[in-house]
Design a protein around this ligand. Structure first.
Ligand code: BES
Ligand code: MN
Ligand code: ZN
Length: 495
């Protein structure tokens, strides 16, 4: 999708559709005011007919005198005081949906002053790009399907131009990362296997010279002593892969940021098999891994001056004669032994070895992302991802980045008090901690493998995809990760 910053006289702009913001009580945004003046009050007159009263919804108007655009989409933004970035972006979603139905592929968005800073422009551009994604790999669009947005010009006032240009460039990179994460997530489990993910990672390195990929197969993992990870893939006919993507954008000496993502390409639960209802959604159990792909691609596309390593342990979790059994004890790469009391708590089993593995990179920071627990959805619902870290400063940084990227997280405790729930009579720890606080005990389990570095864990079980009629991958938390990487890289974003 083409994204561009433009300026100049809005009334004279030739475009299939000019999008203007309107607040409640018919208060016009700055650009809408300019258009109103150029049209001799035609915009105000339209609003006077009573639509968009509460400032929500939209109104499409054609052939407005004095306005060169073929049509104008007046977009309700609600109360001016309450119109923060998140509300504005939500309204934009409505606008882009309307454009698709109207089969308009090109538009000009006039940003109100309230949203024309770096983050506002970036969020608007990202929203536009995201509205242009449609899953087509195994389903062709119908002939009369909505037309996807192909070109968006974003109009900003002159003083904001520099930051806006940077914002659009970043948005384009982030959008590619989000689209990749969504596509990998949406692919069915029979196509998106661990081997497929490995091939995609190799292909990415072919496409981008700044990126290199290394794949560890099961023999290599055995040599490293990854007994926990390999115990999960043993129950499947698809061999596990440990995918490592390296982006060297910073100083040679600079310590890398490491992203680790759960790449469980299908989770049937293993011998502790899941109920049948909605089991198809367990194809999304590789969404953490997909977010690593997406964040790495975004960093490459934004050419961030950082060193970044993405690691994705990829496996299936299925029941067969060789699968883990409840009561089995395995030895992790760290040397710690694990009693597997529930084979469906497999994410932590593949992550723990990946987390031990990444110690060797002497990371400045490790973030892991995983669709780890249903309990996280019970605790937080589907709005924020769960955030766990022993590091208060890091918790604040991630929460701030999540707010800025409109991809929020909410911290849950990782207190010592919970650790005893993982006690086992037969191993150093059990892989489950009982009914209480399941998201916390899962994070506690991971914390036992992450002592060597600064670390946070994101439980994205509630945020990585949506269910129901609109079932599909969200690409979260790629926007958050991209924001973290931008901040860590120190590149200028404002001014
Ligand atoms: N992938 C699931 C977690 C999950 C379930 C994410 C539903 C999103 C929606 C994970 O591997 C799992 O099965 N976790 C178990 C852990 C339990 C056995 C301690 C769970 O959440 O039920
Ligand atoms: Mn599971
Ligand atoms: Zn799982």
């Amino acid at each position: 999708m083409d994204l561009k910053i433009v300026g100049g006289d809005l009334a004279k702009a030739k475009t299939p559709c000019l999008i203007l913001g309107v607040f409640d009580k018919h208060k016009l945004s700055g650009p809408a005011e300019a258009a109103d003046a150029a049209s001799d009050g035609a915009v105000t007159a339209l609003l006077g007919k009573g639509e968009l009263d509460g400032g929500k919804g939209w109104l499409m108007a054609y052939d407005i005198p004095g306005i060169a655009a073929e049509r104008v989409l007046l977009l309700g933004l609600g109360k001016r005081k309450e119109c923060n970035r998140a509300a504005f972006i939500k309204a934009l979603g409505t606008a882009f949906g309307r454009l698709a139905e109207a089969r308009v592929a090109k538009a000009l968005l006039a940003l109100p002053k309230e949203a024309d800073d770096y983050l506002g422009v970036r969020a608007a551009a990202l929203k536009a790009a995201q509205s242009a994604y449609r899953y087509e790999r195994t389903k062709a669009p119908k002939k009369d399907a909505p037309v996807l947005l192909a070109e968006l010009d974003i109009w900003v006032d002159k003083p904001a131009r520099d930051a806006a240009e940077r914002a659009v460039a970043h948005a384009a990179g982030i959008a590619e990362g989000v689209a990749l994460a969504r596509e990998l997530g949406n692919l069915p489990g029979n196509l998106c296997t661990p081997t497929y993910l490995a091939e995609r990672a190799l292909a990415l390195a072919d496409e981008h010279t700044a990126l290199s990929t290394e794949i560890l197969d099961e023999d290599a993992m055995r040599e490293l002593g990854m007994g926990s990870l390999l115990s999960v893939s043993r129950g499947s006919r698809e061999p596990a892969k440990l995918i490592k993507m390296t982006y060297q954008g910073g100083d040679d000496a600079a310590k890398p940021i490491v992203l680790v993502g759960k790449g469980l390409t299908f989770d049937a639960g293993g011998i502790s098999i899941k109920p049948a209802a909605d089991m198809d959604e367990m194809k999304y159990d590789m969404a953490g891994g997909a977010s690593v792909f997406g964040a790495v691609l975004a960093a490459v596309r934004m050419q961030l001056p950082i060193n970044l390593i993405g690691v994705v342990p990829a496996s299936e979790n299925l029941p067969d004669g060789a699968a883990n059994k409840p009561g089995d004890v395995v030895t992790s790469m760290s040397g710690q032994t694990i009693e597997i009391l529930n084979t469906d708590a497999e994410g932590r089993l593949i992550l723990c070895d990946a987390l031990t593995y990444v110690e060797r990179f002497e990371p400045a920071l490790v973030l892991d992302m995983a669709t780890l627990t249903g309990a996280c959805i019970v605790a937080l619902g589907k709005h924020p991802s769960g955030l766990f870290t022993p590091d208060d400063k890091l918790a604040k940084e991630l929460a701030d980045a999540g707010d800025a990227a409109d991809d929020r997280v909410w911290r849950l405790p990782l207190w010592e008090d919970y650790q005893q729930q993982l006690d086992s009579n037969f191993a150093d720890m059990a892989n489950i901690g009982g009914r209480d606080a399941g998201a916390v005990t899962a994070a506690c389990f991971l914390s036992r493998f992450t002592k060597a570095y600064r670390w946070a864990h994101l439980d994205i079980a509630g945020t990585a995809w949506v269910s129901g009629k609109e079932k599909g991958s969200t690409g979260r938390p790629v926007p958050l990760l991209a924001e973290v990487l931008i901040r860590e890289s120190g590149v200028e974003t404002t001014g």
